[in-house]
Design a protein around this ligand. Structure first.
Ligand code: C5P
Ligand code: ZN
Length: 449
């Protein structure tokens, strides 16, 4: 079966349900998961069905089982699910999985479950398709009019860092289609800054994290003074010469920190705009992720349904979160990362913070060409988040595989992509976990680039 046939089957399955059906959508709580859920909900609503969305932070088997037991006529899992295909198929309910994480089971059909996992159709889920892209393909299969949801597919891919180096594969096709049909516009190359005064925007900039500047307002004030740029000016208001001076200085600041070269090429770039959202997709994607990881999944999702009314609220919420995260990143900046032979790591209180920060650290801190791990203790468990640079993956690193294997060794669950993965472990001896990871990476992957 090819991807198109598989999507057609999913669409037929949904459309064959009685119109009184209630469809449960279970999705991941990051930007990609939230865009996936939104796209599915819109497509389902447009067919006249009722839907109910649940966003999961760290999906575990028990949670999937509990949700599957609740009253609903069909279940769609997006941006997750492949790790739980056995559990889902045992429930015997009509279910669809739309996932791009590495699958454990290669069956597309398993009992009453259809598993649409990009990797099973020769599409690399790390780089060429996000959960949202797959949900969008299904939405379009259900009704061509759903093409207006294309900007949300792109925003999901951006959230999962699949736009680095330009879109490719399925994402590229969606981008071209959205542009051709007029659902997106492309801006002139620019920095990723919001609509507030420059001093405030740089101060609050987490991605990019400007070393020595992010979270250090006084230093930014001095810099703007040196560059003869008014502190209260907005980025959109300053002239070409001022922009050039600002761009060069910020780029140099980043490069001095040995940032990921792939990320460096994306600091000043064209941005995607859509009439459906108030700012470019890079900025909005970050707002949604920050809001959701600050524990307000509901607001992050509702914003997509009602962007005009909820813009100020999500902006405030994400800014408050970023202030807290920048504080922690500054601590790492001052104190340095912990380092073993094959990894760099840090610890933090909350798993959501670790997930958010590990991506930033991997991109913008000098990680000595090693993958980054974050560890958070939560009661009797340790949550691990890990991120690598694309070059390390090209040399053979597979973090998703590594997380699955530590979950087997220490108990718990784990998985993800080669480049970004996570696990929740029963073991709480951090030193032992670090030793194990260091050892396993050392055996299969030297840690050098
Ligand atoms: O938790 P975190 O955001 O670091 O997870 C990174 C990636 O690994 C996510 O895409 C998530 O779906 C995946 N993951 C997983 N199994 C886990 C934890 C995370 O597949 N137990
Ligand atoms: Zn995803």
């Amino acid at each position: 079966m090819d991807l198109r046939d598989c999507l057609r089957r999913c669409s037929e399955k949904i459309k064959s349900l009685p119109k009184t059906s209630r469809i449960r959508i279970i999705s991941h709580y990051d930007t990609d998961g939230i865009c996936s859920a939104y796209i599915l909900a819109k497509a389902i609503e447009r067919e006249g069905f009722d839907f109910h969305i649940t966003l999961l932070e760290h999906p575990v088997k028990e949670e999937i089982e509990r949700l599957g037991d609740e009253d609903s006529d069909a279940m769609i899992l997006s941006d997750l699910g492949s790790s739980f295909i056995d559990t889902i198929s045992k429930m015997g309910r009509d279910s669809i999985i739309l996932d791009h994480h590495q699958p454990e089971d290669r069956d597309v059909i398993k009992g009453s479950v259809i598993q649409v996992n990009s990797n099973l159709f020769g599409i690399d889920g790390d780089t060429d398709a996000s959960g949202s892209s797959l949900c969008y393909l299904l939405a379009k299969e259900m009704n061509k009019e759903n093409i207006d949801l294309s900007p949300f597919a792109l925003m999901g891919a951006i959230g999962d860092k699949q736009s680095l180096g330009g879109f490719s594969g399925v994402n590229r096709e969606i981008f071209d289609e959205a542009r051709r049909e007029g659902f997106i516009k492309i801006s002139r190359p620019s920095l990723k800054l919001g609509d507030g005064p420059i001093i405030r925007e740089i101060n609050l900039s987490v991605d990019p994290f400007y070393p020595g500047l992010s979270g250090r307002e006084e230093e930014i004030g001095k810099l703007l003074d040196r560059l003869s740029i008014r502190e209260d000016a907005r980025y959109s208001e300053i002239g070409g010469e001022e922009k050039k001076r600002l761009h060069s200085f910020l780029m140099l600041t980043l490069l001095r920190n040995n940032i990921d070269p792939l990320v460096a090429n994306n600091i000043i770039k064209e941005r995607i705009l859509t009439e459906k959202l108030p700012l470019n997709l890079d900025v909005i994607s970050e707002m949604i992720d920050a809001c959701s990881k600050s524990n307000d999944h509901g607001l992050a999702l509702s914003f997509l349904f009602n962007p005009e009314d909820l813009y100020e609220r999500i902006k405030r919420r994400s800014e408050a979160y970023k202030i807290r995260i920048i504080e922690k990143l500054r601590e790492i900046e001052d104190r340095g990362l912990k380092e073993t032979r094959n990894i760099v790591y840090f610890t933090c209180d909350k798993a959501g913070d670790g997930s958010y920060m590990s991506g930033i650290v991997s991109s913008y801190f000098d990680c000595k060409n090693k993958p980054v791990f974050s560890f958070s203790k939560d009661r009797n468990k340790i949550h691990v988040s890990c991120r690598a640079r694309r070059k390390m993956v090209e040399r053979g690193l597979n973090l998703g595989g590594l997380m699955r294997s530590i979950a087997q060794r220490f108990g718990g669950s784990g998985g993800g992509h080669k480049i970004a993965a996570g696990a929740t472990l029963e073991e709480t001896d951090l030193d032992e976990i670090v030793r194990y990871i260091d050892d396993i990476i050392g055996k299969g992957y030297e840690g050098k680039v």
